[in-house]
Design a protein around this ligand. Structure first.
Ligand SMILES: Cc1cc2nc3c(=O)[nH]c(=O)nc-3n(C[C@H](O)[C@H](O)[C@H](O)COP(=O)(O)O)c2cc1C
Length: 243
């Protein structure tokens, strides 16, 4: 997963896309990654190449997004206790892969039409999020700059995400570097709700307000940690890093 480190530095949420379909080679690559991660995580994520209908209503919140064509429908089974955390983890790996392909992305929790005909959600499945994916201009649009500014008013430092007893400057450099990667992770409303605890050489990831849906941010933060530091994480709030 180390190949994704560069994408962590380059990724920011993009909401204005070029009004063209995504290049077919990139789509092919994304299809195969969705397949791979669905098998690994026992998820039902779906790449919908023409999913713009879910963003076509002219309400204010849908209006944050422009020219949405391709979306990832983040679906999983309701009886999977870690479903949202896993969607966060594997969805963020897909976001970083898409970033490496030169595509813009944005996680979306609120502002899309769940009832759109583009979705096929079985009775035993949930669709808490989508991720928009598309080609973008290098320069952010005026609207994007505005939304970015609004969602980044509060500034959290890397240290704020760390829980450790003793002198924070004495923590291993490997851990600090992984925390810098976590600091760059997207989160719902930029709330950055996940803390990493370092105790006697062990690392645990905690969500401040663990609800099923919010645990998507826990999965996203764990993905960024692992891309930088390697190893894996136990699922669940308070899950331990296994190296
Ligand atoms: C789970 C999740 C849900 C999100 N939902 C929305 C949304 O509904 N609308 C939106 O414009 N941005 C949404 N975002 C994007 C965040 O606002 C964005 O990640 C955050 O402000 C940090 O900015 P950055 O991604 O550019 O670093 C969501 C992000 C996450 C991780």
């Amino acid at each position: 997963m180390n190949h994704l480190v560069k994408a962590i530095d380059n990724r920011i949420s993009r909401r204005t896309y070029i009004d063209n379909p995504v290049d077919s080679k990139k789509i092919e690559k994304l299809f195969s990654l969705v397949d791979k991660y669905n098998q690994e995580g026992k998820l039902q994520m779906e790449l919908i190449v023409e999913g713009g209908d879910a963003f076509s209503k002219l309400s204010r919140s849908y209006g944050f997004f422009k020219n949405v064509h391709t979306i990832l429908a983040m679906k999983g089974k309701t009886n999977d206790s870690y479903v949202c955390e896993k969607l966060g983890f594997y969805g963020e790996l897909l976001v970083l892969e898409a970033t490496l392909l030169g595509l813009g992305t944005c996680w979306v929790g609120g502002s899309f039409d769940r009832k759109s005909q583009v979705f096929h959600v079985e009775k035993d499945e949930i669709l808490p999020y989508v991720i928009t994916v598309g080609e973008c201009l290098d320069e952010k649009s005026f609207r994007e700059k505005l939304i970015h500014g609004l969602s980044h008013q509060r500034s959290t430092k890397v240290e704020d995400l760390i829980v450790a007893s003793g002198n924070i400057n004495k923590l291993p450099i490997e851990f600090i570097e992984a925390m810098k990667a976590v600091h760059k992770a997207p989160s719902a409303m930029n709330s950055q709700p996940v803390r990493f605890e370092y105790t006697n050489g062990e690392v645990y990831a905690h969500h401040k307000n663990p609800s099923v849906k919010d645990s998507v941010d826990l999965g996203i933060a764990k993905a960024h940690f692992i891309v930088k530091a390697g190893g894996s994480f136990e699922w669940g709030n308070g899950g331990k890093w296994l190296k």
